[in-house]
Ligand binder design. Structure first.
Ligand code: IMP
Length: 427
Protein backbone atom coordinates (compact mmCIF):
# COMPACT_ATOMS: atom_id res chain seq x y z
CA UNK A 1 0.00 0.00 0.00
CA UNK A 2 1.13 3.50 -0.64
CA UNK A 3 -0.42 6.65 0.67
CA UNK A 4 0.80 10.12 -0.03
CA UNK A 5 -0.46 13.24 1.66
CA UNK A 6 -0.20 16.53 -0.16
CA UNK A 7 -0.18 19.61 2.05
CA UNK A 8 0.14 23.29 1.31
CA UNK A 9 3.17 24.40 3.29
CA UNK A 10 2.50 28.14 3.14
CA UNK A 11 -0.76 30.16 3.14
CA UNK A 12 -2.52 28.15 0.43
CA UNK A 13 -2.51 28.52 -3.36
CA UNK A 14 0.86 26.76 -3.63
CA UNK A 15 -0.11 24.74 -6.69
CA UNK A 16 -1.48 21.66 -4.92
CA UNK A 17 -4.00 21.11 -7.70
CA UNK A 18 -1.28 20.81 -10.31
CA UNK A 19 0.80 18.38 -8.25
CA UNK A 20 -2.23 16.34 -7.30
CA UNK A 21 -3.30 16.16 -10.92
CA UNK A 22 0.22 15.13 -11.93
CA UNK A 23 0.54 12.44 -9.26
CA UNK A 24 -3.08 11.37 -9.65
CA UNK A 25 -2.11 9.79 -12.95
CA UNK A 26 -0.54 7.05 -10.82
CA UNK A 27 -3.14 6.99 -8.06
CA UNK A 28 -6.14 4.71 -7.58
CA UNK A 29 -7.89 7.00 -5.14
CA UNK A 30 -7.80 10.77 -4.56
CA UNK A 31 -9.23 12.13 -1.30
CA UNK A 32 -10.18 15.66 -0.27
CA UNK A 33 -10.45 15.59 3.50
CA UNK A 34 -11.04 19.15 4.72
CA UNK A 35 -12.25 22.59 3.68
CA UNK A 36 -14.85 23.20 1.04
CA UNK A 37 -15.29 25.51 -1.90
CA UNK A 38 -13.02 28.09 -0.32
CA UNK A 39 -10.27 26.15 -2.12
CA UNK A 40 -9.47 26.74 -5.75
CA UNK A 41 -7.33 24.24 -7.58
CA UNK A 42 -6.27 25.20 -11.08
CA UNK A 43 -5.36 22.39 -13.43
CA UNK A 44 -4.13 22.77 -16.98
CA UNK A 45 -3.80 19.97 -19.47
CA UNK A 46 -4.18 19.52 -23.22
CA UNK A 47 -4.50 23.32 -23.46
CA UNK A 48 -7.62 23.34 -21.27
CA UNK A 49 -7.83 25.09 -17.92
CA UNK A 50 -10.00 23.72 -15.13
CA UNK A 51 -10.63 25.39 -11.79
CA UNK A 52 -11.77 22.92 -9.16
CA UNK A 53 -13.20 24.10 -5.88
CA UNK A 54 -14.57 21.21 -3.85
CA UNK A 55 -14.28 18.27 -6.26
CA UNK A 56 -11.06 16.20 -5.91
CA UNK A 57 -8.42 16.61 -8.61
CA UNK A 58 -8.58 12.99 -9.76
CA UNK A 59 -11.98 13.64 -11.36
CA UNK A 60 -10.52 13.81 -14.89
CA UNK A 61 -9.42 10.19 -14.84
CA UNK A 62 -12.32 7.70 -15.01
CA UNK A 63 -10.23 5.01 -13.30
CA UNK A 64 -9.70 7.05 -10.15
CA UNK A 65 -12.02 6.91 -7.19
CA UNK A 66 -12.54 10.46 -5.92
CA UNK A 67 -13.54 10.86 -2.31
CA UNK A 68 -14.97 13.91 -0.56
CA UNK A 69 -14.38 12.81 3.00
CA UNK A 70 -16.04 13.42 6.35
CA UNK A 71 -13.87 16.43 7.27
CA UNK A 72 -15.19 18.51 4.38
CA UNK A 73 -17.97 21.08 4.43
CA UNK A 74 -19.78 20.77 1.13
CA UNK A 75 -22.01 23.35 -0.49
CA UNK A 76 -24.45 21.12 -2.42
CA UNK A 77 -25.46 23.81 -4.90
CA UNK A 78 -21.89 24.75 -5.72
CA UNK A 79 -20.66 21.13 -5.85
CA UNK A 80 -23.39 20.32 -8.38
CA UNK A 81 -22.59 23.43 -10.43
CA UNK A 82 -18.98 22.29 -10.48
CA UNK A 83 -19.93 18.78 -11.60
CA UNK A 84 -22.30 20.09 -14.29
CA UNK A 85 -19.55 22.45 -15.50
CA UNK A 86 -17.15 19.52 -15.83
CA UNK A 87 -19.76 17.44 -17.64
CA UNK A 88 -20.41 20.26 -20.11
CA UNK A 89 -16.70 20.25 -20.89
CA UNK A 90 -16.65 16.54 -21.62
CA UNK A 91 -15.72 15.11 -18.19
CA UNK A 92 -18.65 12.73 -18.09
CA UNK A 93 -17.15 9.52 -16.81
CA UNK A 94 -15.94 9.88 -13.27
CA UNK A 95 -16.09 8.09 -9.95
CA UNK A 96 -17.18 10.27 -7.06
CA UNK A 97 -17.95 9.26 -3.47
CA UNK A 98 -19.18 11.73 -0.86
CA UNK A 99 -18.98 10.94 2.83
CA UNK A 100 -22.28 10.60 4.64
CA UNK A 101 -20.50 12.30 7.56
CA UNK A 102 -19.43 15.41 5.63
CA UNK A 103 -21.29 18.55 6.65
CA UNK A 104 -23.27 20.66 4.25
CA UNK A 105 -23.04 24.39 3.72
CA UNK A 106 -26.38 26.15 3.44
CA UNK A 107 -27.11 29.70 2.22
CA UNK A 108 -27.34 31.13 5.74
CA UNK A 109 -23.70 30.16 6.32
CA UNK A 110 -22.49 32.45 3.56
CA UNK A 111 -24.80 35.25 4.78
CA UNK A 112 -23.36 34.94 8.29
CA UNK A 113 -19.79 34.74 6.98
CA UNK A 114 -20.23 38.06 5.18
CA UNK A 115 -21.98 39.65 8.15
CA UNK A 116 -19.27 38.63 10.65
CA UNK A 117 -16.62 40.04 8.35
CA UNK A 118 -18.45 43.32 8.06
CA UNK A 119 -18.97 43.45 11.79
CA UNK A 120 -15.24 42.99 12.42
CA UNK A 121 -14.39 46.00 10.21
CA UNK A 122 -10.63 46.48 9.94
CA UNK A 123 -10.13 43.33 12.04
CA UNK A 124 -11.78 41.21 9.36
CA UNK A 125 -10.18 37.88 8.41
CA UNK A 126 -10.57 38.37 4.68
CA UNK A 127 -12.50 35.10 4.27
CA UNK A 128 -13.70 33.77 0.94
CA UNK A 129 -17.27 34.45 2.18
CA UNK A 130 -18.33 30.95 1.20
CA UNK A 131 -19.74 30.20 4.65
CA UNK A 132 -16.90 27.87 5.61
CA UNK A 133 -16.33 29.25 9.14
CA UNK A 134 -20.04 29.31 10.08
CA UNK A 135 -20.52 25.76 8.71
CA UNK A 136 -17.63 24.40 10.81
CA UNK A 137 -18.95 26.38 13.79
CA UNK A 138 -22.33 24.63 13.43
CA UNK A 139 -20.54 21.29 13.23
CA UNK A 140 -18.73 22.02 16.52
CA UNK A 141 -21.95 23.35 18.00
CA UNK A 142 -23.74 20.13 16.96
CA UNK A 143 -26.37 21.85 14.89
CA UNK A 144 -24.77 21.09 11.53
CA UNK A 145 -26.49 18.96 8.91
CA UNK A 146 -24.53 16.08 7.43
CA UNK A 147 -24.78 14.50 4.01
CA UNK A 148 -26.29 11.30 5.44
CA UNK A 149 -29.18 13.27 6.92
CA UNK A 150 -29.41 15.73 4.03
CA UNK A 151 -30.25 13.00 1.51
CA UNK A 152 -33.15 11.64 3.60
CA UNK A 153 -36.02 14.10 2.91
CA UNK A 154 -37.83 13.71 6.23
CA UNK A 155 -34.66 13.79 8.32
CA UNK A 156 -33.41 16.84 6.44
CA UNK A 157 -36.76 18.58 6.96
CA UNK A 158 -36.68 17.98 10.69
CA UNK A 159 -33.07 19.08 11.10
CA UNK A 160 -33.42 22.14 8.89
CA UNK A 161 -36.41 23.30 10.94
CA UNK A 162 -34.42 23.37 14.16
CA UNK A 163 -31.22 24.77 12.68
CA UNK A 164 -32.94 27.42 10.62
CA UNK A 165 -34.77 28.70 13.67
CA UNK A 166 -31.45 29.24 15.44
CA UNK A 167 -29.80 30.71 12.36
CA UNK A 168 -32.67 33.10 11.72
CA UNK A 169 -32.31 34.32 15.28
CA UNK A 170 -28.63 35.08 14.60
CA UNK A 171 -29.49 36.78 11.30
CA UNK A 172 -32.16 38.89 13.03
CA UNK A 173 -29.67 40.00 15.65
CA UNK A 174 -27.29 41.09 12.93
CA UNK A 175 -30.07 42.97 11.16
CA UNK A 176 -30.01 40.61 8.18
CA UNK A 177 -32.77 39.10 6.13
CA UNK A 178 -34.05 35.75 7.42
CA UNK A 179 -34.33 32.60 5.32
CA UNK A 180 -37.72 31.09 4.58
CA UNK A 181 -37.90 27.42 5.52
CA UNK A 182 -40.09 26.30 2.59
CA UNK A 183 -37.91 28.05 0.02
CA UNK A 184 -34.65 26.63 1.35
CA UNK A 185 -36.12 23.17 1.82
CA UNK A 186 -37.66 23.06 -1.67
CA UNK A 187 -34.44 24.18 -3.38
CA UNK A 188 -32.04 22.06 -1.37
CA UNK A 189 -34.11 18.85 -1.44
CA UNK A 190 -33.64 18.92 -5.20
CA UNK A 191 -29.85 19.09 -4.75
CA UNK A 192 -30.07 16.29 -2.18
CA UNK A 193 -31.84 14.04 -4.70
CA UNK A 194 -29.11 14.64 -7.23
CA UNK A 195 -26.27 14.08 -4.79
CA UNK A 196 -27.75 10.98 -3.14
CA UNK A 197 -26.19 8.41 -5.52
CA UNK A 198 -22.71 9.64 -4.58
CA UNK A 199 -23.17 9.50 -0.81
CA UNK A 200 -21.73 6.56 1.16
CA UNK A 201 -19.46 5.65 4.06
CA UNK A 202 -16.19 6.75 2.50
CA UNK A 203 -14.09 5.61 5.49
CA UNK A 204 -15.25 2.08 4.80
CA UNK A 205 -14.37 2.48 1.14
CA UNK A 206 -10.90 3.72 2.12
CA UNK A 207 -10.38 0.71 4.36
CA UNK A 208 -11.21 -1.58 1.41
CA UNK A 209 -8.76 0.32 -0.78
CA UNK A 210 -6.03 0.06 1.86
CA UNK A 211 -6.63 -3.69 2.06
CA UNK A 212 -6.27 -3.88 -1.74
CA UNK A 213 -2.90 -2.06 -1.55
CA UNK A 214 -4.24 0.81 -3.62
CA UNK A 215 -2.31 4.00 -4.15
CA UNK A 216 -4.12 6.70 -2.22
CA UNK A 217 -3.46 10.39 -2.63
CA UNK A 218 -4.77 12.77 0.02
CA UNK A 219 -5.20 16.12 -1.59
CA UNK A 220 -4.78 19.04 0.79
CA UNK A 221 -6.59 22.33 0.57
CA UNK A 222 -5.37 25.69 1.93
CA UNK A 223 -2.02 25.55 3.77
CA UNK A 224 -0.45 24.81 7.13
CA UNK A 225 -0.17 28.51 7.99
CA UNK A 226 -3.97 28.74 7.65
CA UNK A 227 -4.55 25.86 10.10
CA UNK A 228 -7.17 26.59 12.74
CA UNK A 229 -4.86 25.25 15.44
CA UNK A 230 -1.34 25.91 14.22
CA UNK A 231 -1.77 28.77 11.77
CA UNK A 232 -1.73 32.51 12.24
CA UNK A 233 -4.93 32.55 14.33
CA UNK A 234 -7.39 34.25 13.96
CA UNK A 235 -6.31 34.86 10.36
CA UNK A 236 -6.86 31.23 9.43
CA UNK A 237 -9.45 28.99 7.88
CA UNK A 238 -11.76 26.90 10.06
CA UNK A 239 -10.26 23.46 9.45
CA UNK A 240 -6.82 21.97 9.72
CA UNK A 241 -4.89 21.68 6.44
CA UNK A 242 -2.05 19.72 8.06
CA UNK A 243 -0.88 16.15 7.50
CA UNK A 244 -1.99 15.39 11.05
CA UNK A 245 -5.61 16.18 10.22
CA UNK A 246 -5.82 13.69 7.36
CA UNK A 247 -6.53 10.55 9.44
CA UNK A 248 -9.26 12.28 11.44
CA UNK A 249 -10.83 13.97 8.46
CA UNK A 250 -10.90 10.88 6.29
CA UNK A 251 -11.36 8.07 8.78
CA UNK A 252 -8.04 6.39 8.01
CA UNK A 253 -5.80 5.24 10.88
CA UNK A 254 -2.72 7.46 11.40
CA UNK A 255 -0.34 4.54 10.94
CA UNK A 256 -1.22 4.44 7.21
CA UNK A 257 0.13 7.95 6.69
CA UNK A 258 3.85 7.81 6.10
CA UNK A 259 4.78 10.28 3.37
CA UNK A 260 3.87 13.93 3.28
CA UNK A 261 4.67 16.07 0.29
CA UNK A 262 4.74 19.77 1.14
CA UNK A 263 3.88 22.04 -1.75
CA UNK A 264 5.50 25.46 -1.75
CA UNK A 265 5.94 28.25 -4.20
CA UNK A 266 9.44 29.48 -4.98
CA UNK A 267 8.27 32.64 -3.22
CA UNK A 268 5.35 33.25 -0.83
CA UNK A 269 1.79 34.50 -1.30
CA UNK A 270 -1.13 35.13 0.96
CA UNK A 271 -4.74 36.17 0.36
CA UNK A 272 -6.82 37.71 3.08
CA UNK A 273 -5.59 39.57 6.12
CA UNK A 274 -2.99 38.61 8.70
CA UNK A 275 0.75 38.83 9.31
CA UNK A 276 3.11 38.20 6.41
CA UNK A 277 6.72 39.06 7.39
CA UNK A 278 8.35 38.70 3.96
CA UNK A 279 5.66 40.66 2.12
CA UNK A 280 6.87 42.84 -0.74
CA UNK A 281 5.35 45.86 -2.38
CA UNK A 282 6.21 48.06 -5.33
CA UNK A 283 7.72 46.88 -8.62
CA UNK A 284 9.09 43.58 -7.37
CA UNK A 285 5.71 42.54 -5.95
CA UNK A 286 4.00 43.49 -9.23
CA UNK A 287 6.64 41.61 -11.25
CA UNK A 288 6.03 38.40 -9.30
CA UNK A 289 2.25 38.88 -9.14
CA UNK A 290 1.89 39.36 -12.89
CA UNK A 291 4.32 36.60 -13.90
CA UNK A 292 2.76 34.19 -11.41
CA UNK A 293 -0.84 35.25 -12.21
CA UNK A 294 -1.29 35.76 -8.50
CA UNK A 295 -5.00 36.43 -8.35
CA UNK A 296 -7.37 34.28 -6.27
CA UNK A 297 -9.05 31.35 -8.07
CA UNK A 298 -12.17 31.73 -5.95
CA UNK A 299 -12.41 35.44 -5.19
CA UNK A 300 -10.12 36.88 -7.92
CA UNK A 301 -8.46 39.05 -5.26
CA UNK A 302 -4.84 40.07 -6.03
CA UNK A 303 -2.64 37.94 -3.81
CA UNK A 304 -0.12 39.48 -1.46
CA UNK A 305 3.38 38.51 -2.58
CA UNK A 306 6.67 38.07 -0.71
CA UNK A 307 10.08 36.42 -0.59
CA UNK A 308 10.33 32.74 0.27
CA UNK A 309 10.00 32.27 4.01
CA UNK A 310 11.92 29.26 5.30
CA UNK A 311 10.85 29.88 8.89
CA UNK A 312 7.28 29.21 7.78
CA UNK A 313 8.41 26.22 5.70
CA UNK A 314 10.30 24.73 8.63
CA UNK A 315 7.27 25.23 10.82
CA UNK A 316 5.10 23.46 8.24
CA UNK A 317 7.63 20.61 8.09
CA UNK A 318 7.52 20.21 11.85
CA UNK A 319 3.74 20.46 12.25
CA UNK A 320 2.87 18.41 9.20
CA UNK A 321 5.69 15.84 9.04
CA UNK A 322 6.68 16.99 5.55
CA UNK A 323 9.41 14.73 4.19
CA UNK A 324 9.37 15.82 0.53
CA UNK A 325 9.04 19.24 -1.02
CA UNK A 326 7.53 20.28 -4.35
CA UNK A 327 8.77 23.67 -5.50
CA UNK A 328 6.18 25.37 -7.66
CA UNK A 329 6.16 28.38 -10.00
CA UNK A 330 9.94 28.30 -10.14
CA UNK A 331 9.96 29.93 -13.60
CA UNK A 332 8.28 33.04 -12.16
CA UNK A 333 11.56 34.07 -10.52
CA UNK A 334 13.55 34.21 -13.79
CA UNK A 335 14.82 37.67 -14.74
CA UNK A 336 15.71 38.97 -11.28
CA UNK A 337 19.23 40.14 -10.40
CA UNK A 338 19.12 38.87 -6.85
CA UNK A 339 16.80 36.81 -4.70
CA UNK A 340 16.30 36.74 -0.97
CA UNK A 341 15.29 33.86 1.27
CA UNK A 342 14.19 34.44 4.84
CA UNK A 343 16.02 32.03 7.19
CA UNK A 344 15.01 33.48 10.61
CA UNK A 345 13.16 36.35 12.23
CA UNK A 346 14.15 38.94 14.75
CA UNK A 347 11.72 39.70 17.54
CA UNK A 348 12.51 42.30 20.21
CA UNK A 349 16.18 42.16 19.28
CA UNK A 350 16.36 38.32 19.51
CA UNK A 351 16.75 35.87 16.65
CA UNK A 352 13.88 33.36 16.47
CA UNK A 353 13.38 30.40 14.15
CA UNK A 354 9.74 29.56 14.69
CA UNK A 355 6.32 31.18 14.28
CA UNK A 356 5.19 33.20 17.30
CA UNK A 357 1.76 32.13 18.56
CA UNK A 358 0.18 35.57 18.68
CA UNK A 359 -0.63 38.04 15.96
CA UNK A 360 0.71 40.72 18.30
CA UNK A 361 4.19 39.16 18.15
CA UNK A 362 4.04 37.90 14.59
CA UNK A 363 3.28 41.32 13.13
CA UNK A 364 6.38 42.69 14.90
CA UNK A 365 8.97 40.19 13.59
CA UNK A 366 11.60 41.35 11.13
CA UNK A 367 12.70 38.83 8.52
CA UNK A 368 16.42 38.02 8.29
CA UNK A 369 17.50 37.25 4.75
CA UNK A 370 20.27 35.61 2.83
CA UNK A 371 20.78 37.01 -0.64
CA UNK A 372 21.47 34.83 -3.66
CA UNK A 373 22.22 35.72 -7.28
CA UNK A 374 19.23 35.41 -9.60
CA UNK A 375 19.16 34.08 -13.17
CA UNK A 376 18.05 35.67 -16.41
CA UNK A 377 17.32 32.56 -18.47
CA UNK A 378 13.80 31.41 -19.28
CA UNK A 379 13.49 28.00 -17.58
CA UNK A 380 10.03 27.04 -18.80
CA UNK A 381 11.43 24.42 -21.21
CA UNK A 382 13.80 22.79 -18.73
CA UNK A 383 13.31 19.02 -18.45
CA UNK A 384 15.80 18.13 -15.71
CA UNK A 385 17.66 19.57 -12.74
CA UNK A 386 20.91 19.54 -14.74
CA UNK A 387 19.45 21.88 -17.38
CA UNK A 388 18.81 24.61 -14.82
CA UNK A 389 21.10 27.66 -14.69
CA UNK A 390 23.64 27.43 -11.85
CA UNK A 391 21.90 30.18 -9.84
CA UNK A 392 18.57 28.31 -10.03
CA UNK A 393 20.25 25.08 -8.89
CA UNK A 394 21.78 26.98 -5.98
CA UNK A 395 18.39 28.40 -5.04
CA UNK A 396 16.98 24.87 -4.76
CA UNK A 397 20.01 23.63 -2.81
CA UNK A 398 19.72 26.54 -0.39
CA UNK A 399 16.05 25.74 0.28
CA UNK A 400 16.98 22.13 0.98
CA UNK A 401 19.72 23.24 3.34
CA UNK A 402 17.48 25.66 5.23
CA UNK A 403 14.45 23.39 5.50
CA UNK A 404 16.18 20.01 5.76
CA UNK A 405 13.71 18.66 3.21
CA UNK A 406 14.62 17.24 -0.16
CA UNK A 407 13.07 18.95 -3.16
CA UNK A 408 11.49 15.98 -4.96
CA UNK A 409 9.76 17.91 -7.71
CA UNK A 410 9.85 21.33 -9.26
CA UNK A 411 7.53 23.04 -11.67
CA UNK A 412 8.43 25.51 -14.41
CA UNK A 413 5.03 26.27 -15.89
CA UNK A 414 1.33 25.51 -15.61
CA UNK A 415 1.19 22.49 -17.93
CA UNK A 416 1.44 18.91 -16.68
CA UNK A 417 4.51 18.50 -18.89
CA UNK A 418 6.32 21.32 -17.09
CA UNK A 419 6.69 19.24 -13.95
CA UNK A 420 10.13 17.79 -13.24
CA UNK A 421 10.15 14.84 -10.89
CA UNK A 422 13.48 14.32 -9.12
CA UNK A 423 12.44 11.37 -7.04
CA UNK A 424 9.69 8.78 -7.24
CA UNK A 425 6.98 9.77 -4.79
CA UNK A 426 4.45 6.98 -5.03
CA UNK A 427 6.28 3.92 -3.83
P1 IMP B 1 -12.29 30.99 4.80
O1 IMP B 1 -11.64 29.67 4.66
O2 IMP B 1 -13.14 31.38 3.65
O3 IMP B 1 -13.00 31.14 6.12
O4 IMP B 1 -11.12 32.11 4.83
C1 IMP B 1 -10.20 32.23 5.92
C2 IMP B 1 -8.83 32.60 5.42
O5 IMP B 1 -8.28 31.53 4.67
C3 IMP B 1 -8.79 33.81 4.48
O6 IMP B 1 -7.58 34.51 4.68
C4 IMP B 1 -8.80 33.19 3.11
O7 IMP B 1 -8.25 34.04 2.14
C5 IMP B 1 -7.94 31.98 3.35
N1 IMP B 1 -8.22 30.86 2.44
C6 IMP B 1 -9.25 30.01 2.46
N2 IMP B 1 -9.15 29.11 1.47
C7 IMP B 1 -8.03 29.40 0.82
C8 IMP B 1 -7.37 28.80 -0.31
O8 IMP B 1 -7.80 27.82 -0.88
N3 IMP B 1 -6.22 29.40 -0.67
C9 IMP B 1 -5.70 30.47 -0.03
N4 IMP B 1 -6.26 31.05 1.01
C10 IMP B 1 -7.42 30.52 1.44
Amino acid sequence: MSTLVIVGSQWGDEGKGKVTDYLAQEADVVVRSQGGNNAGHTILFDGQKFALRSIPSGIFNPNIKNIMANGMVIDPKQALEELHGLEERGIKKYQLFISNRAHIVLPYHAALDGAFEQFKGDKKIGTTKRGIGPAYADKANRIGIRMGEFIEPEVFKEQLKITLEIKNMELRMLGLEEFDFDTVYAEYSEYAKELKPFVCDTALLLEEEIEKNSKILFEGAQGVMLCLDHGTYPYVTSSSPTGASVPLNSGVAPRYITDVLGICKAYTTRVGEGPFPTELDGDLASYIRERGHEYGTVTKRPRRVGYLDCVALNYARRISGINHLALMLFDVLSGLDTLKICYAYELDGKKIETIPATTYDYTRVKPLYIELPGWKEDITHVKSFDELPVAAKNYIRKIEELTKIKVSLFSVGPDRKQTILLEELFK
